[in-house]
Design a protein around this ligand. Structure first.
Ligand SMILES: [Fe+2]
Ligand SMILES: [Fe+2]
Length: 166
C-alpha cells in the first residue's frame, strides 16, 4: 500500500517503524544463527545479543509511543537481504567455515544497525526529542559494542583458519 510521507516527523516515525522490523528480524536471525554456530563461545555471544535485542525492541516500541505513533512495523528489506545472503552462504559452506560466515554476516548486520540508529538519533536531536534520543542511544551503544566483539572474534577465527591451512 502506498503511504505518503510529507514531513520530517512522518519520515522519522516511518523509519522508527522500519527499525522495529529490523530488530524483530534480527531477533529471529540470532536464534537461527545460534543453532548453526559451531563454537560454544559464538553461541553464547549470539545468545547475549538476542537478550539485548529484546530490550532494543522494547526501546523502539517506547520511542514510537513517546512520539504518539502507532507501534507498527514498517518494511525493512535491507535486513532481509543481509539475512538471505548469510543463510545462502551457510548452506554452501563447509562446517569448519560456518562460524566465519556467521561472523561476517554479524558484522554486516551491526554496521547496518549502527547506521540506522545514527540517522534516527540525528533526527530525534533535531526535533528536540531528548527522551527518544536516550532510548536510541542505548541501542546504538549496544550495537557498537557488539560490532567490536564481532570484529575481535572474526580476527581470531581468521588467524586460526589460516594456521590450519599452513
Ligand atoms: Fe539491534
Ligand atoms: Fe545488533
Amino acid at each position: 500500500m502506498f503511504e505518503s510521507i510529507e514531513s520530517p516527523r512522518e519520515l522519522f516515525t516511518y523509519q522508527l517503524g522500519a527499525a522495529l522490523t529490523m530488530e524483530k528480524t534480527v531477533l529471529d536471525m540470532l536464534g537461527r544463527l545460534k543453532t548453526a554456530a559451531q563454537r560454544t563461545e559464538l553461541k553464547e555471544q549470539l545468545r547475549h545479543h538476542a537478550t539485548e535485542t529484546e530490550q532494543q525492541i522494547r526501546n523502539l516500541e517506547q520511542a514510537l509511543q513517546a512520539i504518539g505513533a502507532e507501534v507498527d512495523d514498517k518494511s525493512c528489506p535491507a535486513i532481509e537481504g543481509i539475512e538471505k545472503e548469510g543463510q545462502a552462504l551457510i548452506k554452501k559452506a563447509d562446517d569448519g567455515l560456518v562460524d566465519a560466515v556467521i561472523l561476517s554476516g554479524a558484522a554486516d548486520t551491526e554496521h547496518h544497525e549502527i547506521s540506522v540508529y545514527e540517522g534516527l538519533i540525528t533526527k530525534a536531536e533535531a526535533m528536540g526529542e531528548q527522551d527518544i534520543v536516550a532510548l536510541l542511544q542505548e541501542n546504538l551503544e549496544q550495537e557498537q559494542h557488539t560490532l567490536d566483539e564481532v570484529k575481535r572474534a572474526s580476527q581470531q577465527l581468521t588467524q586460526e583458519l589460516a594456521r590450519q591451512q599452513a
